[in-house]
Design a protein around this ligand. Structure first.
Ligand code: 2HA
Ligand code: ZN
Length: 273
């Protein structure tokens, strides 16, 4: 391999940023994404990596991410530009052997640092790595309009959002049977939002940031993107229904739970209580 961009997961990272941009979820420098690379992927490009920064403190300790490599979007960079200039807008970073510091080893050629939400991403990667036996590798945050709109309309409660969103598209409870978490408005990039999201990500794969956006975790790019896309589409339907005077008929909780058996998923019935 002669170029980092030839690595399949890097190409997919770039394409997923572009798909997210095309969806309208990433105005200006909005949103950020990170991918925990596989050891065999790092081995394939190791000869193309070089120290491009000193070790810098992450701000938190993520012991189970020691020595891992992440592909990550750059702070202040625009998703709009990732496809045409990936090497200037994204980077690969290495975590040190204690899980306390990181350094840039590829990318951000015109300068820059990883996303302002990097500590939030790493804390949540750490939790999801443990909870899923290492299966989850992708975290993405974006600003889909209908999800944000709903946070001005519905009570900011996990169960309310889950029930309403599940009802809008029958696939929803099958795609995210655990439901959705909601955190109140907080300063983005702060340790408060990192910790609050981390608490919710133990239970859910998607956490709505009130009046801001959504944060999704998944085993690969398609699963994480598909989760965000499904929730945003359901939110759009709900906004349309509310705009047209509200629901005139409903799906019952029993009907939602009836999907568990045929689709072999464990829809969390406590979210419907
Ligand atoms: O990357 O979306 O939450 C900019 C943001 C911060
Ligand atoms: Zn944001």
């Amino acid at each position: 391999m002669n170029c980092v961009l030839e690595l399949k997961s890097v190409a997919k990272f770039v394409d997923t940023c572009n798909q997210s941009w095309l969806k309208g979820w990433n105005e200006r420098n909005g949103g950020n994404m990170s991918y925990r690379m596989k050891a065999e992927e790092v081995a394939e490009i190791k000869h193309l990596l070089a120290d491009k920064s000193d070790w810098r403190p992450i701000g938190i300790t993520v012991e189970n991410l020691a020595n891992e490599y992440f592909t990550v979007t750059g702070s202040g960079k625009f998703y709009m530009n990732v496809k045409n200039e990936p090497e200037n807008n994204i980077c690969i970073v290495k975590i040190d052997e204690k899980g306390e510091n990181y350094k840039i080893v590829w990318g951000l050629n015109e300068g820059g640092v990883p996303t302002s939400e990097f500590p939030t991403h790493l804390l949540n990667h750490s939790i999801k790595k443990e909870k899923t036996d290492g299966k989850h590798r992708v975290i993405m945050h974006a600003h889909p309009a209908n999800i944000i709109a709903l946070t001005f309309l519905l009570p900011l409660e996990d169960k309310v959002f889950t029930r309403e969103i599940w009802e809008m598209i029958t696939e929803c409870p099958i795609v995210f049977p655990a439901g959705i978490g909601v955190v109140p408005w907080m300063v983005c990039g702060s340790s408060d939002i990192a910790v609050a999201t981390g608490e919710k990500i133990k239970q859910f794969d998607a956490v709505i940031w009130s009046h801001h956006g959504i944060f999704c975790s998944g085993e690969d790019f398609d699963v994480a993107f598909g989760l965000m896309d499904t929730i945003e589409k359901a939110a759009e339907i709900l906004i349309k229904v509310m705009s047209c005077g509200g629901k005139k008929q409903f799906i019952t909780s029993e009907q939602i739970l009836a999907l568990s058996e045929p689709y072999n998923v464990n829809i969390d019935k406590t979210m419907l209580e």
